[in-house]
Design a protein around this ligand. Structure first.
Ligand SMILES: Cc1ncc(COP(=O)(O)O)c(C=O)c1O
Length: 364
């Protein structure tokens, strides 16, 4: 059977050069050749994130490890965080912050809508949090967050701005410095077309100042930024072992970043937008429609309504069993109400969409 076509919320399919990189001969994690690969990844990540942040690197672990890393290094017991909650991943940020002893102020919005600026502004001015957190690309709903004004809002109130860019990175604009983002994490398994296993993270100088002024020990050994930087920080003459970096994954990420930069970000974003529009055009005759308003759509992840009378789980099972195509179901309040279709990286392609819609219409 041909490779599974991964059209769910991630992982996505990997190009051959990424798979080849994974199977290269191993080198040691303190070998200069690996250090060079890590340094190359950092530089390429800065480019695709549009940031000058020196502390930008792939942390070992999936997107949730990145989420945990940016929170655990900044928050201390008694701190406050304001979180925009309009889907699963805003909920997760709030939950993690509470595990580290912070008070999470949840600003709630309907699933399928972006966070309104005014609601975030009211919470930030009232609670003066240490962090204002939003999800740039909410994979559970297919919403892309408008970041206008959020950097100033956070900074004018003494807060750091956190953005979850797991699904937006390399599929839609992610402009860290322009947006004023201080804390960012992403994942390799979405629009970067790499397997799951690394989380690109970035810390601004403002965030590093807060980190350096912590009063308590970081309550995670594995994710302690100070320890990690002694291991893989820029310009280190001597690297101190902290953990064993996933060498093959970093090598694969390096290959994946080359593909992104070769295509060019603007072209890549446009391709994701075109793919989503084409998908909706093809689905309309099947009475399947977009769930999110056009202006708020996350191009790499489309949520669509399910036609009346269709057993959505049975369709997904049949697509996987018969056609080897993975499709995502809804989460939380959207379970049974939407499908989630990921067109990420290589899969943001009209021929892929034609194949998928043919198979789907046969099932319906
Ligand atoms: C927006 C968002 N944030 C965080 C995560 C968590 O990433 P992971 O599942 O790689 O741990 C995901 C995963 O799908 C996500 O979509």
């Amino acid at each position: 059977m041909s490779a599974t076509l991964l059209l769910g919320p991630g992982p996505s399919n990997c190009p051959a050069s990424v798979l080849d990189a994974l199977s290269k001969d191993l080198v040691g994690h303190l070998d200069p050749r690996f250090i060079n690969t890590m340094e190359a990844c950092k530089e390429k990540l800065r480019k695709i994130l549009h940031t000058k942040n020196a502390v930008t690197f792939p942390i070992s672990g999936t997107g949730s490890a990145g989420m945990e890393a940016v929170l655990v290094n900044i928050l201390e017991p008694g701190d406050t965080i304001v979180v925009g909650v309009n889907g699963v991943f805003g909920m997760r940020i709030a939950n993690l912050a509470e595990r580290y002893g912070a008070t999470a102020i949840r600003v709630e919005e309907d699933w399928g809508k972006p966070m309104p600026y005014a609601a975030l502004e009211a919470a930030v001015t009232e609670h003066k949090p240490k962090i204002l957190a939003v999800v740039s690309g909410e994979t559970s709903t297919g919403v892309y967050q408008n970041m206008d004004g959020l950097g100033d809002l956070a900074h004018n109130n003494g807060a750091l701005l956190l953005a979850d860019c797991v699904t937006s990175l390399a599929g839609m604009p992610v402009l860290l410095d322009e947006w004023g983002v201080d804390l960012m994490y992403s994942g390799t398994q979405k629009c970067l077309n790499c397997p799951p296993g690394l989380s690109p993270v970035s810390f601004s100088q403002r965030a590093l100042d807060v980190f350096q002024n912590r009063k308590s020990l970081v309550p995670s050994f594995y994710l302690d930024l100070g320890e990690i930087l002694k291991y893989i920080g820029d310009g280190l003459a001597k690297r101190a072992y902290h953990h064993t970096a996933p060498v093959s994954m970093v090598t694969a990420l390096d290959a994946a970043l080359d593909i992104v930069l070769e295509e060019g970000l603007e072209a890549r974003w446009a391709r994701h937008k075109d793919a989503q529009n084409y998908l909706f055009e093809k689905l309309a005759p099947l009475n399947i429609h977009p769930f999110v308003e056009e202006a708020d759509r996350l191009w790499p992840l489309s949520t669509v309504t399910i036609p009346d009378g269709v057993d959505e789980a049975a369709v997904r099972t049949a697509l996987l069993n018969d056609d080897n195509i993975e499709l995502g179901g809804g989460l939380g309040p959207l379970a049974g109400k939407v499908w989630r279709i990921g067109l990420m990286g290589v899969n943001a392609d009209r021929a892929v969409i034609d194949r998928f819609v043919d198979c789907l219409s046969a099932k319906l």
